[in-house]
Design a protein around this ligand. Structure first.
Ligand SMILES: [Zn+2]
Ligand SMILES: [Zn+2]
Length: 557
């Protein structure tokens, strides 16, 4: 019999969706990832494979029970499921025990190495063991944030977007637990991991927003989401570009962060604030369907080109589409001791001069007189402020307030904080300590630390110690010292009690042999290298090693 292959994938994905929704509600669960052939576009996978990362003190019994129900559900379709376990440090532990009663001596055939040492942990490491690389960086993380490490098939993407919907209308049904015969496993992991193309983006998911009712009716479990009465406010933070410095590397966009605030009815899109507009920002925004016309304000941390080059692109299109005026918020003119002045106002006033000179503005206006005669610069409503050591509110709209502080990097550099009822985020920019070189307590900015007290999310540029003068990369020490070290950011994030640290503007970029013009000592860095540095700083929250379009979504508090 020829199976209906799309149906096989659909039912496996449906089951995986149910599992993620259920398991995410259990306590001490840290992360859930999808691995195996379902993540490739294999037409008829034999099973679904998930990795659940658990706290050391997590009770595995409810998780094992949920896994058994997943297996029972798929067994009726002649398919299997495995729920692999890893600890918070991303070390492989084993699988969930598939027997209802799981303790030493119950099954003579049990091949667990340490039967019963941790209830419901089946550490049959001699039978199957996931490679460290796969556990450290699984192909697709589904919860609490979505991280893609490969091209994800369309049907899997659909499941991911359903996970993000806070009101899942589907009433799902599953049968009670069945005993489970483990499917034979293939040693396919290592080879797959080796040639994974790195295309990472993330979308925030927080399944705790689901309220799920469970009822046993006639021997069948019915599981239905209970609708939430009112639209909950939400905050989304997206890295629109993660390139650090003037160089180009594998299509990464220049520095920028999009902050969206709203509620479920407008997909968190009532207010859209763009912080910095590096090269390619508009392209990245188009990938998430954010038109330049829909932005409410643009904020600049500083005038370095890697943070400003994409501005003309955004404004030209906004002008072409006859969008409304927009607030451009930045520091007032700041004179450097070196004899020049950094002027955001002049930049914004003059960025479109070349298009006036070339005739482009006149040409387009001849097609439609409704376009502003002065060109895109006339769309800008420039709001400047004198950055101070203490936070001051520089922009607000309804529930959304943006504060700023002075921070050191270039003269006039500012860092921002956005406060909303759904949560808050600090955009550090390229900030570093006022003391420009060691000895100093930290490479991070004291003012940013004040700004970040109790914040949920910190988005910050970072530089890895590997480019330090002691490692002889040749990277200029003054440029090295005017960025925040990853380890110091981890320590700061811990001190202020942040929940999430989003590293961006990585120096060096992940996988880069050369950073800018300098060879990276010891070879390219991985995500794990940055994570390790953050952990060395003592941060125990969630670290996101930034890639373009990485997105974090916060639910209502
Ligand atoms: Zn920069
Ligand atoms: Zn800079």
């Amino acid at each position: 019999m020829i199976e209906d292959q799309p149906k096989v994938r659909d039912s496996l994905l449906e089951a995986a969706l149910w599992f993620v929704q259920s398991a995410a509600r259990l306590s001490r669960i840290r992360c859930i990832a999808l691995i195996g052939s379902i993540v490739s576009d294999r037409p008829s996978p034999k099973d679904i494979d998930l990795v659940v990362y658990v706290a050391d003190d997590a009770d595995l019994a409810p998780l094992a029970s949920t896994a058994r129900r997943l297996q029972g559900r798929l067994q009726s379709q002649n398919r299997g499921a495995d729920v692999f376990l890893a600890d918070e440090r991303r070390h492989y532990l084993g699988r969930t025990c598939s027997w209802k009663v799981c303790r030493p001596g119950v099954r003579a055939s049990c091949d667990a190495l340490h039967c019963g040492r941790r209830p419901y942990l089946h550490d049959d490491l001699a039978t199957i063991r996931l490679p460290d690389s796969l556990v450290a960086a699984p192909l697709l993380e589904l919860w609490p944030v979505v991280v893609r490490r490969c091209e994800v098939p369309a049907d899997v993407e659909q499941m991911v977007s359903r996970l993000q919907q806070p009101h899942n209308p589907a009433v799902e049904r599953t049968v009670g637990s069945h005993s489970f015969a483990a499917a034979a496993h293939r040693e396919r992991w290592a080879s797959r991991q080796g040639n994974v193309r790195k295309r990472v983006s993330m979308t925030g998911v927080n399944m705790r927003r689901f309220s799920i009712a469970i009822a046993l009716v006639g021997g069948m479990w019915f599981i239905a989401p209970v609708p939430i009465a009112e639209a909950a406010p939400c905050l989304m933070v997206t890295l629109t570009g993660t390139q650090g410095g003037p160089s180009v590397f594998k299509g990464q966009a220049g520095a920028g962060t999009l902050v969206r605030y709203g509620d479920d009815s407008n997909d968190c899109g009532a207010v859209k604030l763009q912080f910095d507009t590096g090269r390619g920002t508009n392209m990245r925004l188009s990938q998430i369907d954010v038109s330049p016309v829909s932005l409410n304000a643009i904020f600049f941390t500083h005038m370095h080109g890697d943070h400003t080059e994409g501005f003309a692109d955004i404004m030209m299109l906004r002008w072409y589409l006859k969008g409304p005026k927009i607030d451009i918020v930045c520091s007032s003119d700041a004179a450097s001791v070196l004899g020049f002045t950094n002027s955001c106002r002049k930049y914004v006033t003059h960025f479109a001069d070349a298009f006036l000179q070339s005739g482009e503005i006149a040409e387009r206006r001849s097609e439609d007189k409704a376009r502003l005669a002065g060109g895109p610069a006339d769309l800008a409503n420039v709001i400047t402020f004198d950055p101070k050591d203490e936070p001051q509110i520089v922009w607000s709209s309804g529930d959304v307030k943006v504060s700023a502080v002075r921070s050191t990097h270039t003269v006039g550099h500012a860092s921002y904080r956005v406060d909303t009822p759904a949560g808050n985020v600090v955009i550090g920019g390229d900030a570093a300590n006022d003391k420009l070189a060691p000895p100093r307590a930290s490479s991070t900015s004291d003012q940013v630390e004040r700004l970040a007290q109790g914040v949920d999310i910190i988005v910050h540029s970072t530089i890895h110690p590997v480019l330090g003068p002691d490692r002889a990369s040749g990277f200029p020490p003054p440029s090295f010292y005017r960025q925040s070290l990853t380890i110091d950011l981890g320590a700061m994030a811990k001190r202020v009690g942040a929940k999430y640290l989003m590293l961006t503007h990585l120096a060096p970029s992940l996988g880069a042999v050369i950073h800018n013009r300098w060879k990276v000592p010891g070879g390219p860095l991985t995500e794990a290298d940055y994570r390790k540095a953050v952990e060395a700083g003592g941060f125990t929250g969630t670290t996101i090693v930034g890639t373009d379009l990485a997105t974090l979504r916060l639910p209502a508090k």
